[in-house]
Design a protein around this ligand. Structure first.
Ligand SMILES: *Cc1c(COP(=O)(O)O)cnc(C)c1O
Length: 401
């Protein structure tokens, strides 16, 4: 090999770089982690795991919470609790980060995708109703997809971007068709639907503490449920399904998983949770400033806010209408990048993605338009007004006049 060796990528961000959404560490994280290290309680048993579970359950108002190594594993366990079996189908939003679709496949079931509602960008209850009514049939007390012949077992609404799905009609459909409801609330911790925390309205709900989420443990997750037997089984399944009958023996009664959250990470979670209300307030402040400053820009659509929702505005996402704004979302992403402003499109809709393509339950034209037009803007909890003003100025400058 000859020629110059390229410089390794620098872990230090360039000066003036405005990231999309980075963690905010400024509370008791150091103190609690030091406590774990000083006492030797670093692994999967310890007081911070119990405390994080108890305090998160208290925060959202759920009777039970079980910690997991990440949000994806919490979703996997939630599917098993709901009785999802191999070859079953689970109805899930097509506009989502890929984790829930993958979790459904881990359970050897099949994701079947539902379009987004054009007004709130969340799972469309009317399209879901149309699918259940026209494309499914009850046979011997089992609901089946007519096209595939498979049993339809559960609905997994994903509360994307910090805004709740319209849950009442979804819960009503679940009751009518006897489907379990697993809420993917990983992007919306703290948001409420008609006064109740998302994650607590279905049979179970899952949260994530990945680095880009509202609060983080580096990586982590939580399953909440109102059912004590489910909570017990969730703990069992996340800890290799070891029986407690003879505690000194290694006796396991089924195939379990090592999905435990460590005490060190739970300690970070306890510290982060103490500041969650402040973080939500910061997100809402950022969101309000963007709305004020950008609402009149032709071709930019501000994110929805349904009257029944108290969102947390986790990721501030606008729609860019190329014809009216003068630049498409991807070109805008590139031009903002040249100004050291990081933005991101939404996820490729699941019904188009390589691993999950095919067989959407409904027409998914809304999701496809959102995918073309959406762009998420910098909205870290610690974003300064000066930096936000730079983003706003660039967006106004690039607009066609
Ligand atoms: C972040 C996220 C998850 C879970 O992610 P983990 O990284 O496994 O914690 C699940 N679903 C959605 C929609 C997400 O955004």
């Amino acid at each position: 090999m000859s020629g110059p060796v390229p410089a390794p990528p620098s872990p230090v961000p360039a000066p003036n770089f405005i990231p999309l959404c980075v963690p905010e560490i400024r509370g008791n994280e150091w103190a609690y982690v030091k406590d774990c290290l000083d006492t030797g309680w670093v692994s999967s048993v310890g007081s911070y795991v119990d405390r994080f579970e108890r305090e998160l359950a208290g925060y959202v108002g759920s009777p039970h919470a079980v910690a997991a190594v990440n949000g994806t594993s919490a979703l996997h366990i939630a599917l098993l609790l709901a009785g999802v079996e191999p070859d079953d189908e689970v109805l899930v939003s097509t506009i989502t980060f890929i984790a829930p679709a993958n979790a459904i496949r881990y359970a050897n079931a099949w994701p079947v995708f539902v379009d987004a509602d054009p007004d709130v960008w969340q799972m469309d209850p009317e399209k879901l109703a149309g699918f259940l009514e026209r494309d499914c049939e009850g046979r011997d007390g089992v609901l089946r997809n007519r096209r595939t012949g498979r049993r339809v077992r559960a609905i997994m609404p994903v509360h994307i971007l910090g805004h709740p799905c319209d849950l009442d009609p979804l819960l009503e459909l679940a009751r009518r068709y006897e489907l379990a409801v697993i809420e993917d609330a990983t992007e919306s911790l703290g948001a409420t639907y008609r006064g109740k925390a998302v994650g607590t309205l279905g049979d179970s709900g899952c949260f994530s503490f990945n680095g880009n989420k509202l609060i983080t443990t580096g990586g982590g997750g939580m399953l909440v449920t109102g059912r004590e037997d489910w909570a017990r089984r969730a703990k069992h399944l996340t800890t290799q399904a070891k029986t407690g009958d003879a505690p000194t023996e290694y006796i396991h009664d089924e195939v379990g998983y090592n999905y435990r959250l460590t005490n060190v990470l739970a300690a970070i979670g306890c510290a982060q949770l103490e500041l969650l209300d402040e973080y939500v307030a910061a997100k809402l402040r950022i969101s309000a400033r963007y709305r004020d400053a950008l609402a009149d820009v032709p071709g930019l659509t501000m994110p929805p806010r349904a009257e029944w929702a108290a969102p947390v505005d986790w990721l501030f996402t606008v729609l860019v209408d190329e014809a009216r704004y003068g630049t498409g979302s991807r070109d805008l992403l590139r031009r903002l990048g040249e100004r050291k402003i990081q933005t991101r499109p939404l996820w490729e809709p699941m019904h188009l993605s390589q691993p999950h393509r095919g067989g959407p339950a409904t027409d998914c034209s809304v999701a496809e338009r959102l995918y073309r037009q959406a762009l998420s803007l910098p909205c870290s909890v610690g974003l300064t007004e000066t930096d936000q003003d730079r983003v706003i100025a660039a967006l106004r400058e690039f607009a066609a006049v």
